[in-house]
Design a protein around this ligand. Structure first.
Ligand SMILES: O=C(O)[C@H](O)[C@@H](O)[C@H](O)[C@H](O)COP(=O)(O)O
Length: 271
């Protein structure tokens, strides 16, 4: 039987005072994880459209994040499946590499190939972060422009509704382009320029914590044994400055979608 989200809740850490505690879902491997996350994402976006008429999703780069998008595109081709109206989905990014538009390092490029160009999201709903050859000399200018795009979409307040915000996580606990002990980890702006990233490329634009934590739901997609220590620390209550993933929380839900290897060091993990 294909596992579905929630099949194996291995940990539900204590309720926190500033929102619901995280749910942890473990799937056998990265492939199943991506498939299950894709099915859940389609359901969540369809539900948002039923309520609001539109849905919004914040995308991540990374291996699992891109695999999820490929599975979502596959689901869109299955007539019997739950449907998302892709003409009524706003697509944002959690972070982007400040490199030329046609650079393979662009998260946007991967997302377009995996999903967006396949399901026909209208151009005006694809809110890519600027490339380095898009007329912004500095990433700070690009970050400010993106904050303006978010505010314009919000109507009131600085941020629009994000129904689901997807994040990958690095082995040291970075999310989006917020790296441990970087200025971005404590920046109070919704969008920040990031320089001197420990992981190349060094110059990026990222949502900051105020934007990430404004999302209705934050889903962290994490696979591989190299992430197991960071997963355990984040769920164990690490300081987000030390381990940014610990600060990635949604208003209504925070969902850690793990494969078994990434969940291996969680207390109480099932064999
Ligand atoms: O910008 C980056 O450096 C990556 O996109 C990064 O944020 C990625 O999401 C994580 O490192 C997880 O990546 P994997 O899922 O491939 O391990």
């Amino acid at each position: 039987m294909t596992p579905t989200p929630g099949d194996r809740i291995v940990a539900r850490p204590a309720e926190r005072t500033d929102g619901p505690g995280p749910d942890v879902v473990v799937e056998p491997d990265a492939e199943v994880l991506a498939r299950v996350a894709a099915t859940a994402l389609v359901a969540r976006l369809a539900a948002a459209q039923a309520v609001h008429g539109t849905a919004s999703v914040v995308l991540t780069g990374g291996g699992v994040g891109t695999a999820v998008l490929r599975h979502v595109a596959g689901l869109a081709e299955e007539p019997a499946r739950e449907r998302v109206d892709w003409t009524a989905v706003d697509v944002w990014w959690g972070d982007e590499r400040f490199v030329p538009a046609d650079d393979d390092e662009r998260n946007e490029k991967g997302a377009r190939a995996a999903l967006l160009d396949r399901v026909g999201v209208p151009a005006e709903r694809v809110h890519a972060m600027p490339a380095s050859d898009a007329g912004f000399a500095e990433p700070e200018d690009a970050a400010e422009w993106y904050a303006g795009q978010l505010a314009a979409a919000a109507g009131e307040g600085p941020l629009p509704r994000f129904d689901v915000l997807l994040l990958g996580m690095g082995p040291e606990g970075h999310v989006a382009s917020i790296f441990p002990h970087s200025p971005a980890a404590t920046d109070e702006r919704p969008v920040v320029a990031v320089r001197d990233c420990p992981k190349p490329p060094p110059t990026r634009v990222s949502l900051g914590f105020p934007a990430i934590t404004s999302a209705e739901e934050v889903w962290l997609l994490v696979s591989g044994e190299g992430k197991a220590d960071a997963v355990a620390s984040a769920l164990g209550g690490a300081d987000p400055v030390d381990l940014p993933a610990a600060g990635a929380r949604g208003r209504r839900a925070t969902r850690w979608l793990l494969d078994a290897a990434a969940a291996d060091r969680l207390p109480g993990a099932e064999a």
